[in-house]
Design a protein. Structure first.
Length: 245
């Protein structure tokens, strides 16, 4: 894993956006794996700014998001489809019908999970996957204990995740308790991974990632087995964290 330390959230967002833009310029038909949550918002802002000022085009890009809440349709303000439209897709020239997010409002989730997994495969896989990390080490919504062999599946969200995400909802009771997420093995099949870590709240997770063992109890630790992972972490997340010597 290559680790880049930056000063703050702003610099992390800038560097991550530049990384993605480089990728899209190298190959116009890149398949991007995208994430939601608080961490990538700044990066998306920078992508929009660059699209406006420099004209970087996403017309041939295909995107796959990591996850979606169960029970929310794409028009619900708390759905990740809504988040992606608001924070990125509505402001760049990506073709909406080439932006994929698991559906959270279907009847048969077994079918949905298989459909999503096949869709990624049929499009040739993900070239660059953006990831955040949960304070419990989750990636996507793969909570501690998820098998490293998992493909797209339904998860019960841990109470720590529900609490962490309650800030986006009016009341904690409104936070869905289940989600559809790409599995660990789906994520690991990405050719390249960019993990963004920001803020003091992620210090413990960063420490565990660097110094802990590779274990299903800490899902992000699997990234140590991936050949091409870059981490951009800010000072607040890095402070006091030492690499095992
Ligand atoms: P956050 O979430 O970006 O909102 O901190 C990251 C995650 O839970 O994966």
């Amino acid at each position: 894993m290559k680790i880049i330390e930056v000063k703050d959230y702003e610099q992390m967002s800038q560097m991550a956006a530049e990384y993605m833009i480089r990728k899209v310029k190298e190959c116009k038909a890149t398949n991007l794996g995208l994430a939601t949550g608080g961490t990538p918002v700044g990066m998306y802002k920078k992508l929009i700014e660059d699209h406006r000022l420099q004209g970087t085009s996403y017309q041939e890009v295909t995107t796959f998001n990591l996850d979606e809440y169960i029970g929310l349709s794409g028009t619900n303000k708390n759905s990740y489809r809504y988040y992606m439209n608001e924070n990125l897709f509505d402001h760049i020239d990506v073709q909406k019908d080439k932006t994929f997010i698991p559906h959270g409002d279907v009847q048969d989730f077994e079918v949905e999970c298989q459909r999503y997994e096949k869709l990624i495969e049929a499009n040739g896989g993900i070239d660059l996957q953006i990831l955040g990390i949960g304070s419990n080490g989750h990636i996507g919504f793969n909570e501690p204990g998820t098998s490293f062999d998992s493909k797209t599946h339904v998860v019960d969200l841990k109470s720590s995740t529900i609490e962490a995400n309650a800030r986006f909802f009016n009341r904690i009771e409104e936070v869905p308790t289940q989600a559809v997420t790409m599995g660990i093995s789906s994520i690991m099949r990405s050719k390249e991974i960019l993990l963004l870590i920001s803020g003091e709240g992620k210090k413990e997770a960063f420490h565990q990632l660097l110094n802990g063992d590779v274990t299903e109890n800490f899902p992000a630790s699997v990234l140590k087995n991936h050949p091409c992972v870059t981490i951009i972490a800010d000072e607040a997340a890095v402070s006091g964290v030492k690499l095992r010597s």
